[in-house]
Design a protein around this ligand. Structure first.
Ligand code: 0PR
Length: 349
C-alpha cells in the first residue's frame, strides 16, 4: 500500500507540536533503533539521555537536574503524581490543581487511585486562594501550570509552591508546552528561585524535537527513587520510567534540538512567536472580536462556531477552548505570512 502523506504544517494553527529542527530530525533517524529503556545494551543513547537532562536543567535553572526523557507530557504528569503519592503517608491521597490543568491529570488520578480536586481559575490563571480551600492533610501534590493548554496562561507558581509545602505536599509544575519559552518572559521563577519539586517540560512541543520526547525533572534524586522498581532481567538493576522500551529517537532529537537552539535560537523563536501572537490578537480585535490578551504565544478569541467551521473547511486546523473560543497556537512553523492569509480568509467570511 502507498502510504498517505503526513500532515504538512502549512495551515496548522491548532497543534502544540511543530516541525522538528533539522538537526533533531537527523538525530531521530540515526537513533531510531535504540532503546534507552535498556541502558546496559544501548549505552550511547543512555549517555545522550544524561545530556538531555542536563540541558533541560539549564533551561529550567536547575544546577543539578535529575529526571528522564518521557514519551510526553502525559507520562511526565502521571509520574509526578506517582512520586507524590508514593512519598506521602496517607491511605486517601488527593491532588489539587486549577481547573485549567491538562486532562492528563485526570488520567493520572484514575490510574494511581488518587482523588483529583480542581479549583476554579480567575482570569484563566490558578487562584491560590481557591486552591487553598481544597488542600488538606491528605493532599500529596499541588499542581501549577506554566503555559496552559487552552489559553497559554502561567499560574502564580511561587504561591502554589508555598501552598503545597504548607501541607507537606509536593509542588508540581506542568510546563509541558511553556517550558521552552518561559525563560525569555517576565515569569522569572525556575528551580533556583521557586520551591518547585517536579516539573514537566516537553522537547517535542516548543523544544522543536521529534515526537516522542517529553521531559520530567525533579528537584533531587530521592524523588526519582520513589519510582524505582527492580529489573531482574536487565544489566541495570532498577528502572524509574513508566514505559519499558522507549524511543531513542526522541532522546537523541531532544539533545540535538537543545544543542542547536539553547538559548539564542529559542529566544529568537520566542520573540517571533510572541510578535505573531500579538499581531494576530490585534487583527482579531480590530475586527470586533473579544480577544484573550496573549501571555505566551497562544491566542484565543470569541469567533463564532460557524466561522471556525468555515475556516476548517478551507483547510485551516484551528481548535476551540472549552468556552468555544477559537484557539491559535503560534508554534515555530506558524509564520506571519501564514497568519496574513488566515486573516484574509476570515475577512472573506
Ligand atoms: N500538559 C500540557 C499543558 C499540555 O498542553 C499537554 C498537551 C500535555 C500536558 C500532555 O502532553 P502529551 O500530549 O505530550 O502527552 N496538549 C495537547 C496537545 O496539543 C492538548 C491538545 C490536544 C490541544 C488536542 C488541542 C487539541 O486539539 O498535544
Amino acid at each position: 500500500m502507498q502510504l498517505a502523506e503526513p500532515q504538512d504544517f502549512e495551515r496548522v494553527l491548532s497543534s502544540m507540536c511543530t516541525e522538528p529542527h533539522p538537526a533533531a530530525r537527523e538525530a531521530a533517524e540515526r537513533f531510531l533503533a535504540t532503546n534507552p529503556g535498556d541502558p546496559g545494551t544501548y549505552q550511547s543513547v543512555a549517555i545522550l539521555e544524561e545530556r538531555a537532562v542536563d540541558l533541560l536543567g539549564e533551561v529550567t535553572g536547575h544546577p543539578d537536574p535529575e529526571g528522564y526523557v518521557a514519551s510526553g507530557g502525559t507520562e511526565a504528569n502521571i509520574q509526578a503524581v506517582r512520586i507524590a503519592r508514593n512519598r506521602a503517608d496517607t491511605d486517601d491521597p488527593n491532588v489539587v490543581a486549577p481547573a485549567s490543568a491538562h486532562f492528563s491529570f485526570t488520567k493520572a488520578a484514575d490510574v494511581l487511585g488518587v482523588e483529583y480536586r480542581t479549583a476554579p481559575t480567575t482570569d484563566h490563571r490558578a487562584d491560590p486562594e481557591a486552591m487553598a480551600e481544597l488542600v488538606d492533610e491528605d493532599t500529596v501534590c499541588v499542581v501549577g501550570v506554566g503555559g496552559s493548554t487552552e489559553y497559554g496562561y502561567v499560574d502564580p507558581i511561587p504561591e502554589i509552591a508555598d501552598l503545597a509545602h504548607s501541607v507537606d505536599a509536593l509542588c508540581h509544575v506542568d510546563a509541558a508546552w511553556g517550558g521552552f519559552v518561559l525563560p525569555f518572559t517576565d515569569h522569572a521563577w525556575n528551580f533556583q528561585n521557586a520551591d518547585v519539586d517536579t516539573l514537566t517540560i516537553d522537547p517535542h512541543k516548543m523544544g522543536q524535537a521529534a515526537i516522542p520526547a517529553g521531559g520530567l525533572l525533579v528537584r533531587d534524586r530521592s524523588l526519582l527513587d520513589e519510582l524505582a522498581i527492580r529489573t531482574p532481567y536487565l544489566e541495570s538493576t532498577s528502572q524509574v520510567t513508566l514505559t519499558g522500551t522507549r524511543s531513542g529517537a526522541g532522546v537523541a532529537s531532544a539533545v540535538a534540538a537543545m544543542e542547536a537552539l539553547w538559548p539564542e535560537g529559542y529566544r529568537e523563536q520566542y520573540d517571533r512567536s510572541m510578535d505573531n501572537a500579538e499581531w494576530l490578537a490585534d487583527q482579531l480585535a480590530a475586527r470586533g472580536h473579544d480577544v484573550v490578551e496573549p501571555d505566551l504565544p497562544l491566542v484565543a478569541a470569541d469567533l463564532s462556531v460557524p466561522m471556525t467551521e468555515e475556516l476548517r473547511s478551507r483547510g485551516w486546523r484551528v481548535s476551540k477552548t472549552g468556552a468555544d473560543e477559537m484557539r491559535v497556537v503560534c508554534m515555530p512553523h506558524v509564520t506571519r505570512s501564514m497568519l496574513r492569509s488566515f486573516v484574509a480568509d476570515l475577512d472573506w467570511y
